[in-house]
Design a protein around this ligand. Structure first.
Ligand SMILES: C=C(O[C@@H]1C=C(C(=O)O)C=C[C@H]1O)C(=O)O
Length: 355
């Protein structure tokens, strides 16, 4: 299930599970719809399927029935502990100053516990109704293989990795973040400060330039505004840049584009290889956090969102792992980076009445 402001798309059943990316991209090119999730590291297992049904409806998703109530949830632990994350950011800033990379996105996780099972659809309902833009995703990860049976990836991401509609390609990268305030005057000041922040503008530019490079082989007429705009979620301000282009080859599908663009420096870093090596060394495997979730229909059209502001729910529904990260550059302040991840957790925590 993917929910957006303009439409929602629901896939049910599994006609075929794909074990390789090539099998999935070939299937779309042959006219088969494909839905699901790409992992952060494309060498990990994928959760892409040909669904039994794929239904697109207007407007954000609304549950057909009164959704199940979400149980109270508590934070069971932090992975790693906050002081270790701080230490990691400090060490990484030193490495960046020595030229290891220009930007690396570092994440941490919260272990959530519930007394009674969390219903994935109830959580999706809470996330979608809590977001004025109606963003939400829920993907059954079962086909990703051992260890994933019954697990769900659920969240509310504001970030469009890529959309293909006919020959038109759009993406809308986010990078550069500030936590919002309940006080309207303070909130407006925070937005102005973010727009004026040299550090955040630099962090954002890395992303836009990489996306330009990634899209150029696929698109003509790239339209890339020279300065980012401000975008908001209920919890955060972000710098974002809406980008469009026209496909050179109309047989390129939305899944081809998602694979070509992913992972962007909004979730990995610059240069990509050095950043991914640093992430694997410092954090370990990310699984589906910071991957991509979405769909491609039989015409190749489709939309893929960056799988952030979410959690992975265990098969018994009693535990979940929420993960949030932020871009680290050589000018990063470790305390501010820790606070940024705390603010990003509020998207999922607020669905449970926390944060
Ligand atoms: C990595 C995350 O968010 C990404 C990182 C951002 C940043 O560093 O400013 C902003 C938006 C997202 O592209 C996350 O939410 O976990």
């Amino acid at each position: 299930m993917l929910s957006r402001r303009e439409y929602n798309i629901e896939a049910t059943g599994v006609r075929r599970a794909f074990s390789t990316i090539t099998a999935a991209t070939d299937a779309v090119r042959e006219g088969t719809p494909v839905v699901g999730a790409l992992p952060f590291d494309m060498s990990d297992s994928i959760a892409l399927t040909e669904p039994g049904t794929l239904t697109k409806r207007q407007g954000p998703w609304r549950p057909a029935d009164q959704p199940a109530i979400l149980p109270p949830v508590s934070i069971g632990g932090q992975v790693p502990a906050a002081d270790i994350h701080l230490e990691r950011v400090r060490a990484l800033v030193q490495e960046l100053r020595q030229g290891v990379a220009e930007k690396v996105v570092l994440a941490r996780s919260l272990q959530l516990r519930a007394d009674t099972p969390i219903d994935p659809i109830a959580l999706l309902g809470a996330l979608v109704s809590g977001d004025p833009l109606g963003n939400g995703y829920a993907v059954d990860l079962s086909t990703a293989g051992a260890g994933y049976a019954g697990r769900f990836l659920i969240g509310s991401s504001p970030e469009l990795l890529v959309r293909r509609h006919g020959r038109t390609v759009s993406c809308h990268p986010f990078a550069g973040t500030a936590a919002r305030s309940d006080d309207p005057a303070l909130d407006a000041g925070i937005a102005d400060q973010l727009a004026a922040s040299a550090k955040d503008q630099a962090e954002h530019r890395f992303v836009v330039e990489e996306i330009r490079t990634a899209l150029q082989p696929w698109c003509t007429d790239l339209q890339i505004p020279s300065t980012p705009q401000l975008s908001s979620t209920p919890q955060l301000w972000h710098l974002s840049t809406p980008i469009t282009g026209i496909l050179r080859d109309p047989s390129t599908t939305s899944l081809d584009l998602a694979i070509a663009m992913h992972p962007t420096p909004a979730v990995a870093g610059v240069p990509r290889r050095a950043a991914m090596d640093a992430i694997a060394r410092i954090e370990g495997p990310r699984g589906f956090y910071a991957g991509a979730v979405g769909w491609a229909d039989g015409t190749g059209d489709g939309e893929w969102m960056v799988a952030i502001r979410g959690l992975e729910l265990a098969a018994d529904g009693l535990t979940a792992l929420a993960t949030a990260g932020g871009g680290i550059v050589d000018a990063s302040d470790p305390e501010a980076e820790l606070a940024e991840t705390t603010a990003k957790f509020r998207t999922v925590l607020s669905a449970f009445g926390l944060g």
